[in-house]
Design a protein around this ligand. Structure first.
Ligand code: PMP
Length: 341
């Protein structure tokens, strides 16, 4: 019989899918790694399994314990999958910009969700970081994975995401493009790909970060943006700034327009950070095309799509929501029943 013991055993091993429509006119091969096919629906499943296993091994998490984490949703789902299997309680803290659907998913898995305001400084007592820290102090047996500082986050990508890309492209990947949130994905995956490609004839893999305009990784001051799961207003230690060769800033309007195109033209229903990463990947491919057409023809650009669009139906995929922020350009408009704007 073919089965796994638990759904958490299905984490990783996601496929690469070639992009066609959004890459029209470009000779580079652009391959999307579709992370919504993880059992919890995002790339964050990968870090959850390793973080919990390592916390148990160190004795930081014991039977009957509670996992408390500030999370935009996806890390919470991953942790909830693993926690269920091991019998831990989960309490997650989310900023209020996180879509209600995502919060409901966490509750559906049996987690408790505490919602905090988005527009406050990280050191405010109401910030999601501060509220999580207080809950850890007040809850007996609490363990905070702290994905922003936990080295097991990047380590999980070094052990899984990186090798999967290297194997699937038979070592021909030339560029990795990925969004930066905690920085764990780019740090672990990028470091692995640098390490394995360092001495190859074509030169090492070029690692490119994609960051919301306004976020610190691309030189911003932390000013608000709407894309979820990426960008920061501080420098987490999960992020090693020496790994990316370059970080490109992408604004919300461009990221969301591309997110909608991916659903309509590539049949990839993904979240806003995926659209953002694809905008950056196409900029890399376009630049190569202009500067070195021969290199462009050989280029294999792998772009990570961290999560599914199902969590954003009332936002990015809603015309009234998009219009309310001035994001909707006429060519992307659809008619929504009851839409009177
Ligand atoms: N996209 C989404 C939707 C996410 O939830 C995350 C995780 N915060 C990322 C991208 C970025 O991943 P990382 O934290 O590893 O930088």
């Amino acid at each position: 019989m073919q089965y796994v013991d638990h759904v958490a055993d299905l984490v990783g091993g996601t496929p690469l899918v070639r992009l066609h429509a959004v890459t029209a006119g470009l000779s580079a091969t652009v391959l999307a790694k579709v992370e919504y096919l993880n059992p919890g629906g995002s790339i964050k499943d990968r870090i959850a399994a390793r973080i919990v296993a390592e916390a148990e091994r160190r004795g930081d998490l014991r039977p009957g314990g509670t996992i408390v984490e500030p999370t935009s949703g996806n890390t919470g789902v991953g942790l909830a999958l693993v926690a269920q299997r091991r019998g831990y309680r989960c309490v997650f803290v989310c900023p209020d910009k996180v879509s209600p659907e995502k919060q409901d998913v966490l509750r559906a898995y049996g987690a408790e969700v505490v919602v905090t305001p988005t527009a406050v400084a990280p050191d405010s007592p109401d910030s999601y970081y501060s509220v999580a820290a207080r809950l850890v102090r007040e809850t007996p047996g609490a363990y905070q994975p702290n994905q922003y500082a936990n080295p097991d986050g990047p380590a999980s990508h070094y052990a899984s995401t990186g090798p999967e890309i290297w194997r699937a492209t038979e070592g021909r990947v030339t560029h990795l493009v990925t969004g930066v949130g905690t920085g764990g994905t780019i740090t672990g995956t990028g470091r692995y790909l640098h390490d394995v490609s360092r001495d190859r004839p074509g030169g090492p893999v070029v690692v490119v970060g994609a960051d919301p305009e306004g976020s610190v990784y691309s030189g911003g001051t932390g000013r608000p943006y709407l894309v979820e799961g990426v960008g920061e207003d501080f420098w987490p230690s999960a992020y090693d700034p020496t790994v990316p060769d370059e970080v490109l800033a992408v604004d919300d309007a461009e990221a969301f327009a591309m997110t909608r195109r991916l659903a309509r033209e590539e049949a990839l229903l993904v979240g806003g950070s995926s659209g953002m990463a694809v905008v950056a990947a196409l900029r890399v491919a376009e630049r190569l095309e202009r500067e070195d057409p021969a290199a462009a023809a050989r280029a294999v650009v792998v772009v990570l799509l961290p999560d599914s669009g199902r969590g954003y139906l009332s936002k990015i995929f809603s015309d009234p929501w998009m219009r309310s922020y001035g994001f909707l350009r006429d060519e992307g408009a659809t008619t929504t029943v009851g839409d009177v704007l």
